[in-house]
Design a protein around this ligand. Structure first.
Ligand SMILES: [Zn+2]
Length: 316
Protein backbone atom coordinates (compact mmCIF):
# COMPACT_ATOMS: atom_id res chain seq x y z
CA UNK A 1 0.00 0.00 0.00
CA UNK A 2 1.40 3.37 -1.00
CA UNK A 3 1.47 5.83 1.87
CA UNK A 4 2.70 9.41 2.16
CA UNK A 5 3.48 11.77 5.01
CA UNK A 6 1.43 14.93 5.51
CA UNK A 7 2.66 17.72 7.78
CA UNK A 8 0.56 20.71 8.84
CA UNK A 9 2.75 23.50 10.22
CA UNK A 10 0.89 26.14 12.20
CA UNK A 11 1.79 28.88 14.64
CA UNK A 12 1.33 26.66 17.68
CA UNK A 13 1.99 23.11 16.53
CA UNK A 14 3.27 20.73 13.90
CA UNK A 15 0.66 18.04 13.23
CA UNK A 16 1.92 15.19 11.07
CA UNK A 17 0.72 11.81 9.95
CA UNK A 18 1.19 8.89 7.62
CA UNK A 19 -1.83 8.80 5.31
CA UNK A 20 -2.98 6.02 3.02
CA UNK A 21 -4.50 6.48 -0.42
CA UNK A 22 -8.01 6.46 1.06
CA UNK A 23 -7.16 9.51 3.18
CA UNK A 24 -6.92 7.53 6.40
CA UNK A 25 -4.33 8.63 8.96
CA UNK A 26 -2.50 5.49 10.08
CA UNK A 27 0.22 7.01 12.30
CA UNK A 28 0.58 10.41 13.95
CA UNK A 29 3.11 12.75 15.51
CA UNK A 30 2.54 16.20 16.97
CA UNK A 31 4.88 18.73 18.54
CA UNK A 32 4.22 22.16 20.01
CA UNK A 33 6.01 25.03 18.27
CA UNK A 34 4.75 28.03 20.25
CA UNK A 35 8.04 29.27 21.71
CA UNK A 36 10.34 27.70 19.12
CA UNK A 37 13.07 29.47 17.21
CA UNK A 38 12.33 29.41 13.44
CA UNK A 39 15.23 27.04 12.74
CA UNK A 40 13.99 24.73 15.49
CA UNK A 41 10.65 24.48 13.68
CA UNK A 42 12.46 23.20 10.59
CA UNK A 43 14.32 20.69 12.77
CA UNK A 44 10.97 19.66 14.28
CA UNK A 45 9.51 19.04 10.83
CA UNK A 46 12.51 16.90 9.90
CA UNK A 47 12.25 14.98 13.17
CA UNK A 48 8.56 14.05 12.80
CA UNK A 49 9.09 13.18 9.14
CA UNK A 50 12.01 10.88 9.99
CA UNK A 51 10.04 9.19 12.78
CA UNK A 52 7.01 8.65 10.58
CA UNK A 53 9.15 7.45 7.68
CA UNK A 54 10.74 4.87 9.99
CA UNK A 55 7.33 3.85 11.36
CA UNK A 56 5.78 3.35 7.93
CA UNK A 57 8.01 1.54 5.44
CA UNK A 58 7.04 2.24 1.85
CA UNK A 59 6.45 5.95 2.33
CA UNK A 60 6.78 7.59 -1.08
CA UNK A 61 6.76 11.33 -0.37
CA UNK A 62 6.25 14.20 2.05
CA UNK A 63 3.70 17.01 1.72
CA UNK A 64 3.94 20.09 3.93
CA UNK A 65 1.28 22.76 4.42
CA UNK A 66 2.37 25.94 6.17
CA UNK A 67 0.50 29.07 7.20
CA UNK A 68 1.93 31.85 5.07
CA UNK A 69 2.84 32.92 1.56
CA UNK A 70 4.38 29.94 -0.20
CA UNK A 71 6.28 29.71 -3.50
CA UNK A 72 5.44 26.06 -4.08
CA UNK A 73 7.16 25.88 -7.48
CA UNK A 74 10.51 26.72 -5.87
CA UNK A 75 9.72 25.16 -2.52
CA UNK A 76 10.24 28.38 -0.60
CA UNK A 77 8.23 29.84 2.29
CA UNK A 78 8.24 33.52 1.34
CA UNK A 79 6.70 34.71 4.57
CA UNK A 80 5.13 32.93 7.53
CA UNK A 81 4.56 35.55 10.25
CA UNK A 82 3.33 33.03 12.86
CA UNK A 83 6.63 31.15 12.69
CA UNK A 84 8.83 34.18 11.87
CA UNK A 85 10.01 32.61 8.60
CA UNK A 86 11.18 34.80 5.72
CA UNK A 87 12.43 33.25 2.47
CA UNK A 88 13.01 29.82 3.98
CA UNK A 89 13.87 27.16 1.33
CA UNK A 90 11.88 24.60 3.29
CA UNK A 91 11.54 21.95 0.58
CA UNK A 92 15.30 21.68 0.08
CA UNK A 93 16.02 21.82 3.82
CA UNK A 94 13.77 18.82 4.41
CA UNK A 95 14.83 16.94 1.27
CA UNK A 96 18.50 17.31 2.33
CA UNK A 97 17.74 15.29 5.46
CA UNK A 98 15.32 12.67 4.14
CA UNK A 99 15.60 10.83 0.85
CA UNK A 100 12.01 11.41 -0.28
CA UNK A 101 10.35 13.87 -2.67
CA UNK A 102 8.95 16.88 -0.81
CA UNK A 103 6.19 19.32 -1.80
CA UNK A 104 5.12 22.42 0.12
CA UNK A 105 1.98 24.56 -0.14
CA UNK A 106 -0.16 27.01 1.79
CA UNK A 107 -2.03 25.47 4.75
CA UNK A 108 -5.49 26.55 3.57
CA UNK A 109 -4.77 25.21 0.08
CA UNK A 110 -3.87 21.76 1.38
CA UNK A 111 -6.85 21.75 3.76
CA UNK A 112 -9.16 22.58 0.84
CA UNK A 113 -7.54 19.76 -1.13
CA UNK A 114 -8.06 17.33 1.75
CA UNK A 115 -11.74 18.27 2.09
CA UNK A 116 -12.22 18.05 -1.69
CA UNK A 117 -10.77 14.53 -1.90
CA UNK A 118 -11.90 12.96 1.36
CA UNK A 119 -14.15 15.35 3.28
CA UNK A 120 -17.24 17.50 2.84
CA UNK A 121 -16.32 18.39 -0.74
CA UNK A 122 -15.92 14.80 -1.92
CA UNK A 123 -17.96 14.22 -5.07
CA UNK A 124 -18.36 17.92 -5.81
CA UNK A 125 -16.34 19.42 -8.63
CA UNK A 126 -15.18 23.02 -8.46
CA UNK A 127 -15.34 24.17 -4.88
CA UNK A 128 -14.27 26.92 -2.53
CA UNK A 129 -13.22 26.52 1.08
CA UNK A 130 -13.24 29.26 3.69
CA UNK A 131 -11.52 28.53 7.01
CA UNK A 132 -13.17 30.68 9.66
CA UNK A 133 -10.92 30.66 12.71
CA UNK A 134 -9.21 33.56 14.44
CA UNK A 135 -8.69 34.85 10.88
CA UNK A 136 -10.13 33.66 7.57
CA UNK A 137 -8.20 31.58 5.05
CA UNK A 138 -9.27 30.35 1.65
CA UNK A 139 -8.73 27.55 -0.82
CA UNK A 140 -9.93 27.34 -4.41
CA UNK A 141 -10.27 24.01 -6.23
CA UNK A 142 -10.90 24.40 -9.97
CA UNK A 143 -10.75 21.69 -12.61
CA UNK A 144 -9.57 19.12 -10.09
CA UNK A 145 -6.59 21.23 -9.02
CA UNK A 146 -5.64 23.79 -6.40
CA UNK A 147 -5.75 27.28 -7.90
CA UNK A 148 -2.72 29.25 -6.68
CA UNK A 149 -2.44 32.31 -8.93
CA UNK A 150 0.50 33.67 -10.91
CA UNK A 151 2.79 34.14 -7.89
CA UNK A 152 1.48 31.14 -5.98
CA UNK A 153 -0.03 33.34 -3.30
CA UNK A 154 -3.63 33.68 -4.50
CA UNK A 155 -6.81 32.46 -2.83
CA UNK A 156 -6.44 34.86 0.11
CA UNK A 157 -10.22 34.92 0.32
CA UNK A 158 -10.17 36.32 3.86
CA UNK A 159 -8.84 39.55 2.41
CA UNK A 160 -11.60 40.15 -0.10
CA UNK A 161 -12.91 43.56 0.87
CA UNK A 162 -16.60 43.54 1.76
CA UNK A 163 -16.90 46.86 3.66
CA UNK A 164 -14.29 49.18 2.13
CA UNK A 165 -15.45 52.33 3.88
CA UNK A 166 -16.27 50.58 7.15
CA UNK A 167 -14.44 51.13 10.44
CA UNK A 168 -12.95 47.66 10.85
CA UNK A 169 -9.26 47.42 10.13
CA UNK A 170 -7.80 44.07 9.11
CA UNK A 171 -4.36 42.86 10.28
CA UNK A 172 -3.30 43.19 6.60
CA UNK A 173 -3.81 46.97 6.79
CA UNK A 174 -6.92 47.23 4.62
CA UNK A 175 -10.35 48.14 5.90
CA UNK A 176 -13.36 45.86 5.81
CA UNK A 177 -11.71 42.61 4.69
CA UNK A 178 -13.92 39.55 5.18
CA UNK A 179 -11.46 38.53 7.92
CA UNK A 180 -12.15 41.79 9.76
CA UNK A 181 -15.91 41.27 9.48
CA UNK A 182 -16.56 37.54 9.81
CA UNK A 183 -13.68 35.84 11.68
CA UNK A 184 -13.73 34.52 15.23
CA UNK A 185 -11.67 37.56 16.21
CA UNK A 186 -14.29 39.86 14.69
CA UNK A 187 -16.99 38.26 16.87
CA UNK A 188 -14.86 39.00 19.92
CA UNK A 189 -14.19 42.58 18.79
CA UNK A 190 -17.90 43.28 18.24
CA UNK A 191 -18.71 41.84 21.64
CA UNK A 192 -16.05 43.91 23.43
CA UNK A 193 -17.28 47.09 21.72
CA UNK A 194 -20.81 46.41 22.97
CA UNK A 195 -19.97 44.93 26.35
CA UNK A 196 -21.77 47.75 28.20
CA UNK A 197 -25.13 46.83 26.65
CA UNK A 198 -27.64 45.34 29.12
CA UNK A 199 -27.92 42.12 27.08
CA UNK A 200 -24.20 41.41 27.49
CA UNK A 201 -24.55 40.27 31.11
CA UNK A 202 -24.26 36.52 30.50
CA UNK A 203 -21.26 36.86 28.18
CA UNK A 204 -19.59 39.26 30.62
CA UNK A 205 -20.10 36.70 33.35
CA UNK A 206 -18.25 34.11 31.24
CA UNK A 207 -15.38 36.60 30.84
CA UNK A 208 -15.02 37.12 34.58
CA UNK A 209 -16.94 40.43 34.35
CA UNK A 210 -14.08 41.92 32.36
CA UNK A 211 -15.33 43.35 29.06
CA UNK A 212 -11.80 43.41 27.65
CA UNK A 213 -11.49 39.66 28.26
CA UNK A 214 -14.40 38.70 25.98
CA UNK A 215 -13.31 36.49 23.08
CA UNK A 216 -15.12 35.18 20.04
CA UNK A 217 -14.92 31.73 21.56
CA UNK A 218 -16.76 32.85 24.72
CA UNK A 219 -19.46 34.49 22.60
CA UNK A 220 -19.80 31.28 20.59
CA UNK A 221 -20.21 29.23 23.76
CA UNK A 222 -22.85 31.63 25.10
CA UNK A 223 -24.68 31.57 21.77
CA UNK A 224 -24.75 27.78 21.81
CA UNK A 225 -26.14 27.92 25.35
CA UNK A 226 -29.01 30.06 24.04
CA UNK A 227 -27.94 33.57 25.05
CA UNK A 228 -29.92 36.02 22.89
CA UNK A 229 -27.27 38.77 22.82
CA UNK A 230 -24.51 36.34 21.83
CA UNK A 231 -26.72 34.79 19.17
CA UNK A 232 -27.37 38.22 17.64
CA UNK A 233 -23.60 38.80 17.37
CA UNK A 234 -23.05 35.41 15.75
CA UNK A 235 -25.95 36.06 13.36
CA UNK A 236 -24.48 39.42 12.37
CA UNK A 237 -21.10 37.79 11.80
CA UNK A 238 -22.70 34.97 9.81
CA UNK A 239 -24.41 37.50 7.55
CA UNK A 240 -21.04 39.11 6.80
CA UNK A 241 -19.67 35.65 6.03
CA UNK A 242 -22.61 35.28 3.65
CA UNK A 243 -21.54 38.42 1.81
CA UNK A 244 -18.15 36.79 1.26
CA UNK A 245 -19.79 33.55 0.15
CA UNK A 246 -21.97 35.46 -2.34
CA UNK A 247 -18.82 37.03 -3.79
CA UNK A 248 -17.06 33.71 -4.33
CA UNK A 249 -20.24 32.14 -5.76
CA UNK A 250 -20.70 35.05 -8.16
CA UNK A 251 -17.05 34.84 -9.25
CA UNK A 252 -16.45 31.08 -9.41
CA UNK A 253 -19.91 29.47 -9.66
CA UNK A 254 -18.70 26.54 -7.53
CA UNK A 255 -20.58 23.29 -6.92
CA UNK A 256 -20.07 23.65 -3.17
CA UNK A 257 -18.66 26.01 -0.56
CA UNK A 258 -16.97 24.31 2.40
CA UNK A 259 -16.70 26.18 5.71
CA UNK A 260 -13.91 25.01 8.01
CA UNK A 261 -12.09 26.46 11.01
CA UNK A 262 -12.49 26.60 14.76
CA UNK A 263 -14.90 29.55 14.89
CA UNK A 264 -17.20 27.86 12.38
CA UNK A 265 -17.03 24.54 14.22
CA UNK A 266 -17.73 26.30 17.52
CA UNK A 267 -20.87 28.06 16.29
CA UNK A 268 -22.19 25.59 13.70
CA UNK A 269 -25.54 26.41 12.17
CA UNK A 270 -25.84 29.57 14.29
CA UNK A 271 -23.20 31.01 11.93
CA UNK A 272 -23.91 29.03 8.76
CA UNK A 273 -27.68 29.58 8.69
CA UNK A 274 -27.46 33.40 8.51
CA UNK A 275 -24.48 33.04 6.14
CA UNK A 276 -26.57 31.00 3.70
CA UNK A 277 -29.48 33.46 3.94
CA UNK A 278 -27.28 36.49 3.31
CA UNK A 279 -25.48 34.74 0.45
CA UNK A 280 -28.71 33.59 -1.23
CA UNK A 281 -29.97 37.19 -1.23
CA UNK A 282 -26.89 38.30 -3.15
CA UNK A 283 -26.11 35.70 -5.79
CA UNK A 284 -26.81 36.67 -9.34
CA UNK A 285 -28.76 34.42 -11.71
CA UNK A 286 -31.54 33.52 -9.26
CA UNK A 287 -33.75 32.57 -12.18
CA UNK A 288 -31.65 29.58 -13.15
CA UNK A 289 -29.58 28.57 -10.18
CA UNK A 290 -29.74 28.28 -6.42
CA UNK A 291 -27.04 28.93 -3.87
CA UNK A 292 -24.77 25.86 -3.99
CA UNK A 293 -24.49 23.75 -0.83
CA UNK A 294 -22.64 25.63 1.94
CA UNK A 295 -21.33 22.75 4.04
CA UNK A 296 -19.40 22.42 7.29
CA UNK A 297 -16.00 20.81 6.78
CA UNK A 298 -15.78 17.13 7.68
CA UNK A 299 -12.12 16.46 8.46
CA UNK A 300 -11.57 18.95 11.28
CA UNK A 301 -7.92 19.53 12.16
CA UNK A 302 -6.84 16.59 9.97
CA UNK A 303 -7.77 18.36 6.72
CA UNK A 304 -4.35 20.01 6.37
CA UNK A 305 -2.19 16.96 6.93
CA UNK A 306 -4.45 14.70 4.86
CA UNK A 307 -4.44 17.20 1.99
CA UNK A 308 -0.67 17.69 2.21
CA UNK A 309 -0.18 13.93 2.11
CA UNK A 310 -2.42 13.73 -0.97
CA UNK A 311 -0.28 16.38 -2.70
CA UNK A 312 2.79 14.29 -1.95
CA UNK A 313 1.13 11.31 -3.63
CA UNK A 314 0.87 13.34 -6.83
CA UNK A 315 4.62 14.06 -6.96
CA UNK A 316 5.97 10.73 -5.77
ZN1 LIG B 1 -7.17 41.91 5.16
Amino acid sequence: MAVTIGIDVGGTKIAAGVVDDAGKVIARRQIATAAMHPTAVVAGIVKVAQELNAAAPGTTGIGIGAAGLIDGANGVVLSAPNIAWENVPLRQMVADRIDLPVVIDNDANVAAWGEALYGAGKGYGDQIMLTVGTGIGGGIIIGGQIYRGSHGVGAELGHMIVDASGPSECPCGNHGCLEAMASGNSIGRRARERASEPGAAAVLERAGRDGAAITGELVGEAAKAGDVWARALVTETGRWLGVGIANVVNIFDPSAVIIAGGAAAGTGELLLGPARDAAAERIIGHAWRKLPPVLPAALGYDAGLVGAAALARAIS
